[in-house]
Design a protein around this ligand. Structure first.
Ligand code: G1P
Ligand code: ZN
Length: 541
């Protein structure tokens, strides 16, 4: 074991989901090592502990895993459970932490951000409950990065991570496991595999786009091998270090090939995609795009059709910018509905306390209490199980949902690559005006309230403030603005837009048309053009 002298490195503050930087930054002298040592210090040391380790296979994943193994050994870890090839999807890592009673896990991923030497890399720490480290743990890790003077690392060759089995690094056991098996087994305990298999046997056609990222092996094993979907149903199924140049973000912009297949003649009955590390999902039917907020609501309303949730849901939760569609379902079911800040870490306490069963975010994230991360393949299986149980297609299920609950027209507009100062100045100017907006008119509607969202965790009472600017209209329409906490260069403005149409109303509009007055109001109120010199978003979802 060697003790290396280092110095604090600026900017190692984890964002919405771990520390994300350009890959070359992570590859720089001491960068990864400092952060990993700060994690170990921030959780009270690694001595005698068991960790799970894996990542989404992006460039530098393999070498970073070897560094972390050597550091875990030097810091006295008892055992590190690693996915073969240092591969683990985020939900599979969360499951392994829980199933094996580990003290935590290190996940190597920048999620949906592109991968490669000139793209993005990331490290996140998950706690013993399998979920992203809480705000308090994250703060403790960050505090460590600011005072770090040394780190510990073992002098050793690379550990062989090619196949399952136990190896040793000094006194530390390195246990290499099949990255897919335990996760696939878990899925079998949740869903009615026989019903889904019967649907495939009857000719139901699916296309799952793994976007050359981590879900390929998982989707092949579960959908093709265990459930009998036709061979080749899973496309872009081999995880590549640069994701084959794809931007592995399952939305209509970055998964446009899949959308085209589902919108074309003779396409499959069901389409889905997942992201770099396998926690996101996009659901499509023939000619139908299911917005993630609607997906959460549909899953909540139909969860009783899935074996694991047949006894009912304890409650549901959504992030604040996610549409209120699921709130209506919760009200109909008579269960609690929580509104949390953006980021999966805020669901952890609610899930651990047994207050919620399902949760979701507008950013293509849906999950349940089976793990402590959002879960892309789980969401796909939820939909397949519900379609099999109802004997209906995606379009019919969605139409029936809107006919019963009404429709929350919803869209998110992203403005990327902004000057950080200009974006912050725009929000500061709007923040200053919020107290005066109640009662004013905008976009032909009256503003009921305007504030900056802050959240008091109902379980531990911790407060998270500064979580997005909200302009709430009297008729339930809403504008939300916040800056992304996952980017690696400049700033990204996220503008969230919503309005409700009751069951008797016009339910079939294009959301951009339905939301046009709200979009105009948002641009006027925030002065987006004046501050940012931009009028059109880069990504619309
Ligand atoms: C984005 C999403 C957020 C999600 C996070 C991690 O964060 O908006 O819902 O939890 O990625 O997948 P943001 O960049 O907006 O901070
Ligand atoms: Zn992800």
């Amino acid at each position: 074991m060697t003790i290396i002298t280092t110095a604090p490195i600026d900017g190692q503050k984890p964002g919405t989901s771990g520390l994300r930087k350009k890959t070359r930054v992570f590859m720089g002298p001491h960068y990864l090592e400092n952060f990993v040592q700060a994690i170990f210090n921030g959780i009270g040391g690694a001595e005698g502990k068991t960790f799970v380790l894996g990542g989404d296979g992006r460039y530098f994943n393999d070498r970073a895993a070897q560094v972390i193994l050597r550091m875990a050994a030097a810091n006295g870890a008892a055992r590190v459970i690693v996915g073969a090839g240092a591969i683990l999807s985020t939900p599979a890592a969360s499951h392994l932490i829980r199933a094996r009673g580990a003290d935590g896990g290190l996940i190597l991923s920048a999620s949906h951000n592109p991968g490669g030497e000139d793209e993005d890399f990331g490290v996140k720490f998950n706690s013993a409950n399998g979920g992203p480290a809480s705000e308090a743990v994250t703060e403790a890790i960050y505090a460590q990065t600011r005072g770090l003077r040394t780190y510990r690392i073992s002098e050793a060759q690379d550990v062989d991570l090619t196949g399952a089995g136990e190896r040793r690094l000094g006194a530390t056991v390195v246990e290499v496991v099949d990255p897919v098996a335990a996760y696939a087994d878990l899925m079998e305990t949740i869903f009615d595999f026989a019903a889904i298999r019967a649907m495939f046997d009857a000719g139901f056609a699916l296309r799952f786009d793994a976007m050359n990222a981590v879900t390929g092996p998982y989707a092949r094993e579960i959908l093709e091998h265990r459930l009998g979907a036709a061979r080749g149903s899973v496309v872009n199924a081999v995880p590549l270090p640069d994701f084959g140049g794809m931007h592995p973000d399952p939305n209509p912009t970055w998964a446009r090939d899949l959308v085209a297949v589902l919108n074309g003649a003779g396409g499959p009955d069901f389409g889905a995609a997942s992201d770099g590390d396998g926690d996101r999902n996009m659901i499509l039917g023939p000619g139908v795009y299911v917005s993630p907020s609607d997906s959460l609501a549909v899953l909540a309303a139909n969860a009783h059709l899935v074996p694991a949730y047949a006894g009912g849901l304890k409650g549901v939760a959504r992030s604040m910018p996610t549409s209120a569609a699921v709130d209506r379902v919760a009200a109909a079911l008579g269960i609690e509905c929580f509104e949390t800040p953006t980021g999966w870490k805020f669901f952890g306490n609610l899930l651990d306390a047994g207050r919620v069963t399902l949760c979701g975010e507008e950013s293509f994230g849906t999950g349940s209490d089976h793990v402590r991360e959002k879960d892309g393949i789980w969401a796909v299986l939820m939909w397949l199980n519900i379609l099999a149980a109802r004997g209906e297609g995606v379009g019919a299920v969605l139409a029936a949902h809107w006919a019963r609950f009404g429709r929350n027209y919803y869209s998110r507009h992203d403005f990327e690559g902004l000057d950080t100062g200009a974006a912050e100045a725009m929000l500061a100017a709007l923040r200053a005006r919020l107290p005066d907006l109640a009662g004013a008119e905008a976009g032909g509607r009256r503003i009921r309230a305007a504030d900056e969202f802050s959240y008091a965790d109902p379980v531990d009472g911790s407060i998270a403030s500064g979580q997005g600017l909200r302009i709430l209209f009297e008729d339930g329409a809403r504008i939300v603005l916040r800056l992304s906490g996952t980017g690696t260069a400049g700033a990204t403005l996220r503008l969230y837009l919503e309005r409700y149409e009751g069951p008797g109303g016009d339910l079939g509009l294009d959301p951009q048309v339905a939301l046009a007055p709200i979009i105009r109001a948002a641009h006027e109120l925030a002065g987006i053009g004046a501050h940012l010199g931009r009028s059109t978003p880069d990504v619309i979802s």
